[in-house]
Write a protein that binds this ligand. Structure first.
Ligand SMILES: Nc1ncnc2c1ncn2[C@@H]1O[C@H](COP(=O)(O)OP(=O)(O)OP(=O)(O)O)[C@@H](O)[C@H]1O
Ligand SMILES: [Mg+2]
Length: 240
């Protein structure tokens, strides 16, 4: 199947209408702009958190949408092979290939990249759930894919599992240009957050900043981004 733009890649149809309300849309524009300011060489960005449910998948996917709205060509990689939510949440059509297939050497990379019905948005879904995600993500094929794909896309956004639970995200982030930590407000103690940040530093990951998510404003939740450039409050964590 090919899409309207004549791209020969297989197509994933996203059936859910994705609309951000005004304030959320503004928050993502700010996040997008701050990531832009990280420089041209920051193209592959992993998203992680300390514990499950802080909002990595929502923040990373909405950021990808926001980047597309700004005219960027974006590849979203679902590297949360233990608990992918994308298919169900965005009512995506089923695929027969994905990250696990490529990493296990069962399919060439190009066959695991899908176009979507959203212009300029491309996806690598998880594929089959492997028994050993951490080992798979650590293989050279992953780093090779990121390097190759950076030439084809303006940004590569990678959703990963929480680092407080499994090591996968540090393995992924190490092979990316940067990692963003999503933190749900009033959920994580300072010491736990510090341990997760230490872990990322130990793995030599480039921490770009923190998204403070689920901030209650007027009875609704919103996200807020604290990057290196606004690093006063969070800056002492980074040591870079
Ligand atoms: N800013 C927000 N405001 C309101 N709800 C939110 C916000 N961000 C995320 N959520 C909700 O919180 C829940 C968890 O979000 P999400 O799945 O994105 O988290 P996650 O960190 O990817 O979780 P997991 O660790 O299980 O992969 C979802 O129901 C999502 O809709
Ligand atoms: Mg998730």
């Amino acid at each position: 199947m090919s899409n309207a733009a004549g791209d020969n890649r297989n197509l994933i149809t996203i059936n859910k209408q994705i609309t951000l309300d005004f304030r959320l849309s503004e928050a993502f524009k700010t996040l997008r702009t701050n990531i832009d300011f990280c420089g041209d060489d920051v193209k592959a960005i992993a998203f992680t958190s300390c514990v499950p449910g802080e909002g990595k998948s929502s923040v990373s996917f909405n950021l990808a949408i926001s980047m597309i709205e700004a005219g960027k060509r974006v590849l979203f990689i679902d590297a949360d092979m233990r608990k992918s939510v994308l298919n169900g949440r965005y009512q995506m059509s089923k695929t027969t290939g994905g990250l696990a297939h490529y990493l296990a050497g069962r399919k060439p990379l190009e066959e695991c990249i899908f176009t979507t019905n959203i212009p300029r948005l491309f996806l690598i879904p998880t594929g089959a759930v492997p028994p050993n995600p951490a080992e798979l993500l650590g293989v050279k094929r992953f780093a090779h894919a990121i390097d190759t794909l950076k030439d084809q896309f303006d940004y590569i956004i990678i959703d990963t599992p929480p680092l407080g639970s499994v090591i996968d995200s540090a393995i992924v982030a190490k092979q990316c240009d940067g990692v963003v930590l999503v933190m749900e407000t009033k959920t994580i103690g300072r010491n736990f957050a510090q341990r997760v940040i230490d872990q990322l530093n130990k793995a030599e990951c480039n921490i770009l900043g923190v998204v403070l998510n689920k901030v209650e404003i007027g009875g609704k939740y919103y996200g807020k981004y604290y990057g290196k450039y606004y690093g006063k409050y969070y800056g002492s964590y980074y040591g870079k």
